[in-house]
Design a protein around this ligand. Structure first.
Ligand SMILES: Cc1ncc(C[n+]2csc(CCOP(=O)(O)OP(=O)(O)O)c2C)c(N)n1
Ligand code: SF4
Length: 553
């Protein structure tokens, strides 16, 4: 039997491939990126002939996967938790259409916000949409659940969410894979009415979805990942979901035998098991990675308080941030592991520091000329976006004053202009622009909004590790902007190079002074991913290396 040492994210990819997917769709984002990167690698290595290209954004990824499912074949979608906000519309509606070919949506949450702007819990989305959800507690389970999720999706005719969190996605363990299954043959659904969500169909489809909840409950109740162990009537009970079971085991060791225990790894929450646990236990301790989904159900309103419930809501466990074994130990008043002594010299080096742009980064030069021009307008603002250039918030650049979600810079800059403040510039990267910058730019073009949009085109999706961009060439970005209807007299391309600084200052000064919309594309390749850019361009069939790699240290 084969064994592999896999990241949780890699295990999901292996599981999906072994389940017989025909396609994978994704948009990069930590901690989900490795799922799709592994699919690309397996596709190349094993000649699988999957459809696997990065999508423009998460909504598009899910819609493409829905089409694949409509056509009877299996598709995996993967993105980070905030990506599910972008894909929320097709996700919630896919609960009504159901799935034809297996459809699995792997969402990686990031509690403690290691690389994210919030720590939302995707299980709430599954609950909200009324779709089944699987939450692995180990890399092996991540693999098995990925395979099973496709079976369940086809059996229950529903999209299934596979929820990961950072620790599991990014840590390795031995995984034993199963034999690989063949892909499905394409065949249209014969229930097109369900996929045509006109109110008359949608009402029927929603009734079906609600009626099916008993089947989903029966499935989750019987799922091996949902394990109830009653060690004794009247003992305290523990509920642990997903990866939290590992922390509970590590913290309590053999003391765990003194507790009743319910582990939950499949949702909807298995209500019968939860009721049995409540009926058998004197008190309940709830450990779940993320928000208090199970705890909230247990606490309820107006319930009998004779079985107290302790968890994030009660304050026994911190409300925010990742769980770990120490947090569980603290909850039970157990001694913590001895602190590792870090010598003073090492501790000084390890002081937390704000992340910085790489040496020679083109964004540094963009912030230099941008700051010089904005300094001429005290009280002006630069609306930022999400990418490497977000690091321009920190000193020495101090170049942006907002960052909310991908693509928000343009819409927010418009709002500021609508409020009567001036001047306003916004900065966003090339991938962020194609992800969700086009619709707000259309609005701004329609109104000739008095602001300057700077698209920082570094030829790659740098922040998430060097994935290919959708457009690939500055000329095409310019064509896109022109095609949307922007005034060609106020569309410019510049090179953010130290030697072009004065020229760039003059151009930006001129466009900020222009009382209407200007778009400036600052085009220079990322120096850190130079090799990757070359590789991506070759893959995209684009000619050779980009010319503007000057500034590489
Ligand atoms: C909705 C959503 N999806 C994905 C991410 C992860 N993410 C952060 S920045 C980024 C892309 C940045 O690329 P680009 O705009 O080209 O800027 P660069 O990092 O190359 O400077 C991605 C995908 C996110 N934060 N939000
Ligand atoms: S990875 Fe590239 S874009 Fe990101 S900071 Fe480094 S040089 Fe700049």
């Amino acid at each position: 039997m084969n064994h592999d040492i896999l990241l949780g994210a890699e295990a999901v990819a292996r599981g999906a491939v072994d389940a017989g997917i025909s396609a994978a769709y994704a948009y990069p984002g930590t901690p989900s990126t490795e799922i799709f990167e592994t699919i690309l690698e397996l596709d190349r290595r094993d000649g699988l002939h999957l459809h696997a290209r990065w999508s423009a954004n998460e909504k598009v990824a899910l819609e493409e996967a829905l089409g694949m499912s409509y056509a009877g074949r299996r598709a995996l979608v993967s993105f980070k938790h905030v990506g599910l906000n972008v894909a929320a519309d097709p996700f919630l509606n896919s609960a009504l259409t159901g799935a034809h070919g297996g459809l699995v949506i792997a969402v990686a949450d990031d509690p403690s916000m290691h690389s994210s702007q919030n720590e939302q819990d995707s299980r709430f989305y599954a609950d909200f949409a009324n779709v089944p959800c699987l939450e692995p507690s180990s890399q092996q389970e991540a693999y098995e659940m990925a395979v099973d999720a496709f079976d369940v999706s086809e059996r229950l005719k529903m999209p299934v969410m596979l929820r990961l969190t950072t620790r599991l996605a990014h840590s390795r363990a031995v995984v034993t894979p199963r034999p690989r299954r063949a892909q499905n043959v394409a065949k249209f659904t014969d229930e097109s009415w369900k996929w045509t969500l006109l109110p008359s169909n949608a009402r029927k489809a929603f009734d079906e979805l609600l009626a099916h909840q008993v089947d989903f409950q029966a499935w989750s109740q019987a799922h091996p990942a949902n394990q109830l162990t009653v060690t004794g009537q009247g003992r305290p009970g523990i509920v642990a979901s997903g990866i939290a079971i590992g922390y509970v085991k590590a913290a309590l060791a053999e003391k765990l035998n003194d507790y009743n225990l319910l582990h939950i790894g499949a949702y909807p929450i298995p209500e019968a098991s939860l009721r049995s646990l409540v009926a058998s236990s004197s008190a309940l301790y709830v450990f779940e990675e993320g928000y208090p989904l199970i705890e909230r159900l247990l606490v309820g309103i107006g319930r009998d308080p004779s079985v107290p419930v302790y968890g994030r809501l009660s304050g026994l466990v911190p409300r925010a941030g990742e769980l770990n074994a120490d947090k569980v130990k603290r909850a039970f008043g157990l001694p913590l592991a001895a602190k590792v002594h870090v010598p003073a010299a090492v501790a000084n080096v390890m002081q937390p520091r704000a992340p910085v742009l790489c040496e020679g980064c083109p964004h540094t030069d963009s912030y230099r000329f941008l700051n010089e021009v904005m300094a001429e307008h005290p009280g002006s603002r630069v609306m930022g976006d999400i990418g490497c250039y977000t690091l321009g918030y920190y000193a020495p650049h101090n170049g942006i004053q907002s960052c909310v979600c991908m693509g928000a810079s343009i819409g927010m800059a418009s709002g500021v202009v609508h409020a009567g403040l001036w001047p306003v510039v916004c900065v966003l990267g090339d991938s962020t622009f194609t992800h969700s910058g086009l619709p707000p730019l259309l609005d701004a073009i329609r109104e000739d909004t008095d602001m300057t949009v700077m698209i920082l085109d570094n030829s790659i999706v740098a922040m998430t590790g060097g994935q290919e961009t959708l457009v690939g060439e500055t000329d095409k970005i310019v064509k896109l902007v022109k095609g949307l209807g922007a005034n060609p007299d106020h569309i410019h391309v510049l090179s953010p190079l130290p030697k072009a600084h004065e020229q760039n200052v003059a151009l930006l000064r001129q466009e900020v002074a222009h009382r209407g919309l200007s778009v400036i594309v600052a085009s220079r390749a990322c120096v850190t991913y130079a090799k990757q850019i070359k590789e991506n361009r070759r893959h995209q069939g684009l000619p050779g290396m980009v010319a503007n790699l000057e500034g590489k240290p």
